[in-house]
Design a protein around this ligand. Structure first.
Ligand SMILES: [Zn+2]
Length: 148
């Protein structure tokens, strides 16, 4: 990393910390020549994935959007933002070789991951994405899961 003041190539990292949202690493660097200090951010690479939705609609995969839908499902549950980011990171790693994925497949994978974390969050997420409309839909879904 070049120094932005004197263009010296030797800069050393004096401090590294994870950003508040756990999505980036912030590094304080110091130039060994002029002692200028500056900050760099290391971000998670965004995967290049197209999501196929119902009615042949396509849109670019958006991690924030998927994260928001999971955050709604885990509201007031004891699940850390870190755990959710870890789930998303693992899923994205699994999807990196793909160029397209259906939204249904995304939901299925997220549901499986949530099931391992928290059953209430799992059922909430399923209720939104499988379009539960009545209490009976919830009961049928839960009974079917218990049978398995
Ligand atoms: Zn410098």
């Amino acid at each position: 990393m070049y120094c932005v003041v004197c263009w010296n190539q030797d800069t050393k990292v004096i401090d590294s910390r994870v950003s508040d949202d756990w999505k980036a690493i912030r590094r304080r660097r110091e130039c060994e020549n002029c002692h200028n200090r500056f900050t760099t951010f290391e971000k998670i690479e965004v995967i290049n994935l197209v999501v196929e939705k119902s009615g042949n609609r396509k849109e670019r995969y958006n991690r924030e959007k998927l994260e928001d839908s999971i955050l709604k499902a885990v509201n007031k549950r004891k699940i850390s933002v870190m755990a959710i980011n870890s789930v998303l990171g693992q899923l994205e790693l699994k999807w990196t070789h793909k160029s397209e994925i259906s939204s249904k497949e995304i939901w299925r994978e997220v549901m499986n991951a949530l099931l391992a974390l928290d059953e209430v969050a799992y059922i909430r997420y399923a209720s939104v994405h499988l379009n539960f409309e009545t209490a009976k839909d919830f009961i049928d879904f839960i009974q079917e899961k218990i049978k398995k």
